[in-house]
Design a protein around this ligand. Structure first.
Ligand code: PLP
Length: 431
């Protein structure tokens, strides 16, 4: 399995690709190469390595044999030529942008972005003379008219964090290509098991491996894949000289352990999310559910086209105001209140009372975050227990002591038996 094969399946590649146990004394798992530096055979060998005339490792900020396996594996899973690892998703994003941009350039980014990516573009890049225009990339006419000869990069997430908008990868990347711009897709929410943007025309794909790729909430890491030319450029400029945000071999080992179950986990996350999304849709406490697997999602057809399954992330809006979100957060028992996503544990967060509590309601509105928006990362627990936790929390929110939450009919909720909920159409029926 050390050679790339187009004939092996996703899960097989996620488990075996780029590693041959027989080369490592039969060790089933790749060894951890905990070496900061690498010895040269001779002075001439050292010179050749530094000049790029010989292949090999010389310092672990630039490359490392353990990271090498992970980088080849993620490139294989994404259908890309090369991969590169970083200390965090933001490390990957900043190293890539700093490599590809210079003062006077312009970036076009989608209006919905992960908060720190938005901050990096809005406040970080502007300090260095790079301008960033935010456009609604679900509106390809708006995008086409926003691209100018100065546009160097086109950047988006799909599904977008946190409102689950879907961007048409093929259309946007071909517009970028025609304009001579490099397209970058943040594939954190979908993972390569659900979507492979490179095959749809993307130049580079970025991951916060902290999320589904690691999958167990025990690491922070980033990955980049794309053409060998572009990835090498980011390695020797953005990573080596600008950010130095290299991944530790120990983290690479944990990500490779996570990748072994990525297919299984994404299937279960997606299946449970479909059930939970349906439950929330039918619940009178809930005003709106954003999940691409629901036929009501305005881009359901596009999601079906570019996603194998619909993933484990749901956003929803409650009836009531900010207090209704707070009350729900505080009544949940098994579901954990936390940022991040893609873990075995179900994680919930209410931006208006938690991550964005310091914003004014006007500022939140400008960022598309309503006071009742809730983001839910559906975990791998028994789905009945996830539904039960929502049920008991919604019921508790009814009590006058927790405020005038949702004007809903208790009897309706009681009649929604878990049996009915379990019989909702599963994901496999709609892809
Ligand atoms: C978390 C996240 C990031 C940032 O990654 P870190 O590993 O936290 O640095 C980038 N994009 C998306 C979509 C994310 O969810």
């Amino acid at each position: 399995m050390s050679e790339q094969s187009n004939n092996t399946g996703f899960a097989t590649n996620a488990i075996h690709f780029a590693y041959d146990a027989q080369q490592e004394q039969g060790a089933l798992n790749p060894p951890l190469h905990l070496s900061s530096t690498y010895t040269f055979e001779s002075a001439e060998h050292g010179a050749d390595l530094f000049a790029g005339n010989a292949q090999g490792h010389f310092y672990s900020r630039i490359s490392n044999p353990t990271l090498d396996i992970l980088e080849k594996r993620i490139a294989c899973l994404e259908g890309a030529q090369s991969g590169l690892s970083f200390a965090s998703g933001m490390g990957a994003i900043s190293a890539t942008m700093w490599t590809l941009l210079q003062s006077g350039d312009e970036v076009l980014a989608d209006i919905t972005l992960y908060g720190c990516t938005y901050a990096f573009m809005q406040h970080g890049l502007s300090k260095f003379g790079v301008s960033v225009k935010f456009v609604d990339m679900t509106d390809t006419d708006a995008l086409a008219s926003a691209i100018t000869p100065r546009t160097k990069l086109v950047y988006f997430e799909t599904p977008a964090n946190p409102n689950m908008r879907i961007v048409d990868i093929q259309t946007v990347c071909s517009l970028a290509r025609d304009a001579g711009a490099i397209s970058i897709v943040d594939n954190t929410y979908a993972t390569p098991y659900l979507t492979q943007p490179i095959a749809l025309g993307a130049d580079l794909v970025i991951h916060s491996a902290t999320k589904y790729l690691g999958g167990h909430g025990d690491l922070v890491a980033g990955l980049l894949v794309g053409s060998t030319d572009l990835v090498n450029q980011v390695r020797v400029e953005g990573l080596k000289d600008m950010t130095g945000a290299c991944m530790s071999p120990f983290t690479a080992m944990l990500i490779m352990r996570g990748l072994k179950t990525l297919e299984l986990r994404m299937q279960r996350h997606s299946q449970s999310a479909q059930t939970v999304a349906q439950y929330l849709t039918d619940h009178s406490a809930v005003k709106h559910v954003y999940y691409p697997g629901l036929v009501e999602h305005p881009q359901h057809e596009l999601a079906k086209k570019q996603m194998r399954l619909f993933g484990g992330m749901i956003a929803f809006e409650l009836n009531g105001g900010l207090e209704s979100g707070k009350a729900l957060m505080n009544e949940l028992k098994m579901i954990q209140r936390a940022v991040s996503l893609g873990d075995a544990e179900s994680l919930i967060q209410h931006p208006a009372s938690m991550t964005h509590a310091a914003y004014t309601p006007e500022q939140r509105a400008a960022h598309g975050i309503s006071d009742t928006l809730v983001r839910f990362s559906v975990g791998l627990e028994s789905v009945a227990d996830i539904l039960n936790d929502f049920d008991q929390a919604f019921s508790a929110c009814h009590e006058p002591s927790t405020g005038s939450l949702m004007a809903k009919d208790k009897a309706v909720i009681r009649n929604q038996t878990l049996d009915q909920l379990r019989s909702v159409r599963h994901l496999t029926d709609c892809v």
